[in-house]
Design a protein. Structure first.
Length: 219
């Protein structure tokens, strides 16, 4: 995972945890929330890995039982080593594998974010998160007005908060930080929407950002 991608994910977690008006927060508050976020990610990762381990143990038991009770091995002498048997991939086993892959991917992502955020050699991650938060704090009304302007037919207060926070990060980068390629900012906003929000979020976020870029002459 690249440093900026990790920073955007942490910025999303940071914004999701703000419990008062953003203008009330200091840079130290933002840094404290980042550290808290890393601890949350690490704890979640540990729990996800435990779930994965349990699922693997359960699947091994299913396979071992299937092998032992297969007609090929039931007819063998007591004490004889079981012969490998062909294993049908049932829908239940397939679903278990899918679940484990999803958990493993999430765990890996959490570990990558935690690594980028805590290693001293990657202070640029923490600094970029704080930069996003500070710029949004400074321009929060303008940023939110951009979202309101282009979310035609939607009540701003009823928009999915995750979608609003993803848009806040991307719009802040596009309008007030301006040191990342536009395509990268948009693509990673869409990835965050697919990863953390609803099925329709990516197209919604893409539509808003396209209009922000066009109307503000961003290239």
């Amino acid at each position: 995972m690249q440093a900026r991608r990790a920073a955007r994910e942490l910025a999303l977690i940071l914004l999701s945890q703000l419990d008062k008006k953003i203008i009330s927060y200091t840079p130290q508050d933002f840094e404290d929330i980042i550290l808290k976020s890393v601890r949350i990610l690490s704890n979640n990762t540990l729990e996800e890995l435990k779930l994965t381990t349990r699922s693997l143990v359960e699947m091994k038991e299913i396979i071992d039982t299937y092998e032992a009770e297969h007609e090929t091995n039931l007819s063998r002498p007591i004490g004889a080593k079981n012969k490998p048997v062909q294993l049908p991939l049932t829908s239940d086993m397939s679903k278990n594998i899918e679940n484990m892959l999803e958990i493993a991917e999430k765990a890996i992502a959490c570990l990558e974010i935690a690594e980028f955020a805590t290693l001293e050699t990657h202070d640029d991650v923490k600094n970029y998160v704080i930069n996003i938060a500070e710029k949004y704090k400074e321009h929060n009304e303008e940023v939110d007005n951009e979202i309101k302007k282009y979310s035609t037919g939607w009540d701003f207060s009823r928009l999915v908060k995750m979608d609003k926070d993803i848009l806040r990060i991307a719009i802040t980068e596009l309008l007030y930080i301006k040191d990342a390629p536009v395509k990268v900012v948009v693509d990673e906003a869409l990835e965050l929407a697919k990863k953390y929000s609803t099925d329709d979020s990516a197209s919604f976020v893409n539509g808003i950002l396209a209009r922000v870029i066009a109307d503000n002459g961003i290239k």
